[in-house]
Design a protein around this ligand. Structure first.
Ligand SMILES: [Zn+2]
Length: 261
């Protein structure tokens, strides 16, 4: 029987060891679906594939059909991220993004725009400063839930759709189970948590902002609170626990401890 093969543009999200020298690559393809394949010999230092299939890289890969998993045949590097790999904070930042995407995507389930969004996010992490890390992660988590159809309502009431008129110092109400921010009336009948209007405004901006613009903006005093909101929203919607988040917090969270929402 002739060997079937397929090609895909991928971004590498996770690698697991297989046997003595092989890797299983956990990737996202251009449609936003999950793709797994074996990279034979990829843990040998001499392997050409090992550098091209480094974490967060984008590559054009051709696969041969394997018995259980497909096998990587040829790889052409499209985008690498040495600046992420060389810096612990950038690495921790991209790792949270990659774990979140890896946890949400499924084989043969398309998530339009997730692939380019993830490529742009990793490219932004390449050029990021340490203080921008929490906002970049928050933006990725918010945008990811949005693309998965679980976009939070941040600037209008999730209950009645009225625009929320919060003042920068004011407290607003937020519901992780009922769509996001709520006006005073809707908050009376739903279970909510308090959140500052500044955090909501910032999160709402992140949801729509380009990563390039986020890199240009100052981190702001509320960056860690925005990340906390984004993470709680993500966790509530997906039921996923991000194991890379504690490492991220201990690396850069010591700059400023998260205050209560
Ligand atoms: Zn309302």
């Amino acid at each position: 029987m002739a060997e079937r093969s397929l090609d895909a543009q991928v971004v590498v999200l996770r690698k697991t060891k297989l046997g003595e020298s092989d890797l299983i690559l956990h990737m996202m393809d251009a449609s936003g679906s999950a793709l797994e394949a074996i990279a034979k010999g990829a843990r040998k230092p001499t392997s050409a594939n090992s550098a091209r299939l480094e974490l967060f890289n984008s590559a054009q890969v051709s696969f041969a059909r394997g018995k259980n998993l497909d096998i990587v045949r040829e790889t052409r590097l499209l985008q690498s991220h040495e600046q992420i790999l060389a810096d612990p904070v950038r690495f921790a930042t991209a790792s949270v993004m990659a774990e979140a995407a890896d946890g949400c995507i499924q084989p043969e389930l398309e998530v339009p725009r997730l692939f380019p969004m993830t490529q742009v996010a990793f490219a932004a992490v390449d050029r990021s400063q340490e203080q921008q890390a929490p906002l970049l992660v928050a933006a990725y988590l918010l945008k990811l839930t949005g693309l998965l159809g679980m976009r939070p309502s941040l600037l209008t009431c999730a209950g009645c759709g009225e625009p929320l008129a919060g003042t920068a110092g004011g407290k607003m109400r937020f519901s992780y189970g009922d769509g996001g921010a709520l006006c005073g009336e809707c908050a009376q009948v739903l279970s909510t948590a308090p959140v500052s209007a500044a955090v909501l405004l910032r999160a709402g901006w992140l949801l729509g902002a380009a990563f390039e613009d986020i890199l240009q903006a100052s981190a702001g005093a509320e960056a860690w609170d925005v990340l906390q909101l984004a993470h709680q929203w993500f966790a509530h919607q997906t039921s996923l626990r991000l194991r890379s988040l504690p490492a991220f917090h201990s690396l850069c969270g010591c700059i400023q401890a998260p205050s209560g929402l």
